[in-house]
Write a protein that binds this ligand. Sequence first.
Ligand SMILES: Nc1ncnc2c1ncn2[C@@H]1O[C@H](COP(=O)(O)OP(=O)(O)O)[C@@H](O)[C@H]1O
Ligand SMILES: [Mg+2]
Length: 231
Amino acid sequence: MADETILTMRGIEKEYIVGGEVSSVLKGIDLEVKKGEFLAILGPSGSGKSTLMNIIGCLDVPTRGEYQLSGLSIGSQDEQTLAHIRNREIGFIFQSFFLMQRQTALENVKMPLIYANMPEKQQNERAAEMLRLVGLEDKMNYYPNQLSGGQQQRVAIARAMSNNPTILLADEPTGALDQKTGRQVMELFHQLNDEGRTIIMITHDVHIAEHAKRIVKILDGNIGEGEVTDA
Ligand SMILES: Nc1ncnc2c1ncn2[C@@H]1O[C@H](COP(=O)(O)OP(=O)(O)O)[C@@H](O)[C@H]1O
Ligand SMILES: [Mg+2]
């Protein structure tokens, strides 16, 4: 369905207690994301990007405010329910890939499917399909240390997509890659978005953010939409 809102944040605040003092990191974030969007959240180091990503990804809950994901109110869920929501709704992609070093590319991509209790034959088929999609059909049985950085990030992207999540959520996905390899990963994101995947990408790099179709800026825990010149 076109124009379907899958994520709504209203007045999201996050505070940490550090040395007995309240430190306010997110100060009232409003955000709406529709199905099929490719959104970049752009901000300098320390602006609250990862804190916001953890809340979007249901790894953490806000101190105040309302967060709805696929029609579910996230603030009111217990940890077990949050884990289920994460597994179904979010495909995570991190700067440092987070692949299991003792498992092959195929086994890494299968991990979310094992957690989702998919029958083994389907796991293998689905994981192989995802690796084909990211152009690694000839590397399925390679271990992470036998792959380049860009190839490892492709495995991580295949893993993030294996469960067919509502949102691909990427935190500095090109941060550990050289420029050329980073561009290739962005081309893959374009391809996936053209196929209808919703992507939220968090970055401090304006050139990377410009690959997205919409950019919101975060500065000192506040969000603003508008002209993008610099992070
Ligand atoms: N668990 C935490 N406890 C206390 N302060 C934190 C915690 N996580 C992040 N912060 C603080 O929140 C601010 C934003 O951090 P972060 O969200 O990681 O920013 P970014 O990803 O944009 O660099 C920083 O000042 C950081 O020190
Ligand atoms: Mg960060």
